[in-house]
Write a protein that binds this ligand. Structure first.
Ligand code: NAD
Length: 259
């Protein structure tokens, strides 16, 4: 039985991916900082092929313990590590506290790097394995109002491309998801300098919110396909097109405050 370990499995995208892979017969390991979220996700999945692990992706020792626990349950297999846990870091950069910036970097970038590095022996020991990292449309063009979030997602994109090449000879596939705006609790983060959250701002700007189920199917396609990056949603596809074919126009729009 194939086995996937999912960080951020207690909510949003991680939960939807857990449900889809589980429906398709996979063993699922759920990892998250949020114990209550883990309980809720686990209740949606068959007990005999689901394990739950409270962990902080910022802690290497948590990674070591969770990877060992998961491998014990899966008979040593790690077909996919879904390196997905992340936090929103939004707001005027000049007003952001260093603590908030550090947390964004630690969870969204260092957590992903630790996962990739510490899962490496398990991925290398599982033929046809895949590391799937959640980047973002914010990793396509720098996002004003979310500069550090964007920087971490560019980091995840770089890590993905580098390891895709570096691990090719060993048969470990490395992929990223680049979602636009996905309807999850992450978008409840407040937009600083306003009394609205990201979700409300997205709707007001006339942009689309993509359901999590679409991301889950994209994750399935990414794991089973050959693309290094998988764009999800209209905003992500539009940004990728504009950054490639009309970078000057895109820069102008960004500077004018339009996505
Ligand atoms: P979410 O808030 O629903 O889920 C994120 C999960 O990560 C939560 O369960 C949270 O507890 C967990 N988490 C946070 N910090 C953690 C830590 N230190 N250790 C372990 N777990 C931790 O959000 P989501 O939208 O499902 O986000 C999943 C990923 O998708 C993130 O990397 C996010 O940046 C990315 N993403 C989201 C969107 C969007 O619009 N929602 C768009 C692009 C990319």
């Amino acid at each position: 039985m194939k086995a996937i370990l999912i960080t951020g499995g207690g909510s949003g995208i991680g939960r939807a991916v857990a449900q889809l892979f589980s429906q398709r017969g996979w063993r699922v390991g759920l990892a998250d900082l949020d114990a209550a979220g883990l309980v809720d996700t686990a209740a949606m999945l068959p007990t005999e092929r689901t394990t739950s692990h409270v962990m902080d992706v910022r802690a290497p020792e948590d990674w070591e313990e969770v990877l060992a626990q998961f491998a014990a349950a899966s008979g040593g297999r790690l077909d996919v590590l879904f390196n997905n846990a992340g936090v929103a870091v939004g707001g005027a950069f000049g007003a952001e506290s260093l603590d908030v910036l550090d947390r964004g970097i630690d969870v969204n970038l260092k957590g992903v790097v630790y996962g990739a590095r510490l899962a490496y022996p398990y991925l290398a020991a599982t033929p046809g394995s895949c590391l799937l990292n959640t980047a973002s449309a914010a990793g396509i063009y720098g996002t004003p109002g979310a500069a550090v979030y964007s920087a971490t997602k560019f980091g995840v994109r770089g890590l993905t491309e580098a390891l895709d090449a570096e691990w090719a000879a060993e048969g470990i596939r490395v992929r990223s998801l680049m979602p636009g705006f996905i309807d999850t609790p992450l978008l409840k983060a407040n937009v600083s300098g306003s009394n609205r959250n990201v979700r409300e701002t997205v709707i007001e700007a006339g942009l689309e919110l993509t359901p999590v189920e679409v991301v889950a199917e994209a994750a399935w396609a990414a794991v089973h396909g050959d693309r290094v990056h998988t764009l999800v949603g209209k905003t992500a596809r539009r940004l990728a097109f504009a950054s490639r074919w009309m970078p000057g126009g895109l820069r102008k729009r960004m500077r004018a405050g339009r996505v």
